[in-house]
Design a protein around this ligand. Structure first.
Ligand SMILES: O=C(O)c1ccccc1NCC(=O)[C@H](O)[C@H](O)COP(=O)(O)O
Length: 262
């Protein structure tokens, strides 16, 4: 069994336990449930912003501990102030050291927030709304095409946007009418190999009406410009900033480099 299958197997157990402890009706009473979500699409296409989805990520299966000394509130405020189009906050505990509390702490910011987790059940989408997320991630490698379309439609019925993540050609069939935003993960989540070139090749096969996000392994502005030229509209970046002592300062200096190249 590969690491992704293990994560998903554990996730299903975790969700079943949470469902029993806090039924949906209870989540709907959470403070954030009735707020109007912000739009990732609008933010990504705003020329005043960077197109970067800046991620708060304490650790990962591929890298172990990245940074466990910083506060989610301070880092995400810095990301937002420096021009992030969106925040991505890991809410998975066992593999990434994240939590729902992290996302709620990031909600002090007035830009869209992606709930970064392994979503396998409608319950997690209700949770996402209840903790203040605006966007959810659906990972093709964890779901069938039918599950993607069902979960995406459910998220949209709650006013949330959906980022569908694919990695290889074999996942192109997961794209559907309910998934207008498609992310191409440069990292193979089963082997952790990162390959920017294969993502660039893959986008030629994605319908041209989709908003495209490049994800993972982006560590310099040159890569952003290459990927922009190839047709990507947004860039999800975690470790490049989180590995630094002050991720917000690292992001601000990255943004300066982006501006100089414009
Ligand atoms: O990052 C991992 O090791 C990982 C392993 C298994 C499943 C998912 C994983 N990462 C999730 C992500 O998609 C990244 O956190 C995100 O794209 C940012 O990547 P990076 O800029 O390389 O930190």
């Amino acid at each position: 069994m590969n690491i992704l299958d293990k994560i998903v197997e554990y996730k299903k157990k975790e969700v079943a336990e949470r469902k029993a402890a806090a039924p949906v009706a209870m989540l709907e009473r959470n403070g954030f449930f009735d707020r109007q979500p912000l739009s990732l699409r609008a933010s990504l296409t705003d020329p005043a912003k960077t197109g970067v989805i800046a991620e708060f990520k304490r650790r990962s299966p591929s890298k172990g501990v990245i940074n466990d000394r910083v506060s989610v509130e301070a880092v995400t405020k810095g990301y937002a102030a420096a021009g992030a189009s969106c925040l991505s906050v890991l809410t998975d505990g066992p593999s990434f050291g994240g939590s729902s509390e992290d996302l709620m702490a990031a909600r002090v910011n007035n830009i869209p927030i992606l709930r970064k987790d392994f979503i396998v059940d409608e319950y997690q989408i209700v949770e996402a709304k209840a903790i203040g997320a605006d966007v959810i991630l659906l990972i093709a490698a964890c779901l069938s095409p039918e599950e993607v379309c069902r979960l995406a439609k459910f998220a949209r019925s709650l006013g949330l946007e959906v980022l569908l993540e694919i990695h290889g050609e074999d996942e192109l069939g997961h794209i559907c009418g309910a998934t207008p935003i498609v992310g191409v993960n440069n990292r193979d989540l089963k082997t952790f190999t990162v390959d920017i070139e294969s993502s660039i090749r893959l986008i030629e096969r994605i319908p041209t009406d989709k908003l495209l996000i490049a994800e993972s392994g982006i560590d310099n502005v040159e890569t952003i410009f290459r990927m922009k030229d190839a047709g990507f509209h947004g860039f999800l970046i975690g470790e490049r900033f989180m590995k630094e002592q002050d991720p917000a300062i690292a992001f601000a200096s990255f943004v300066e480099q982006l501006k100089m190249r414009r």
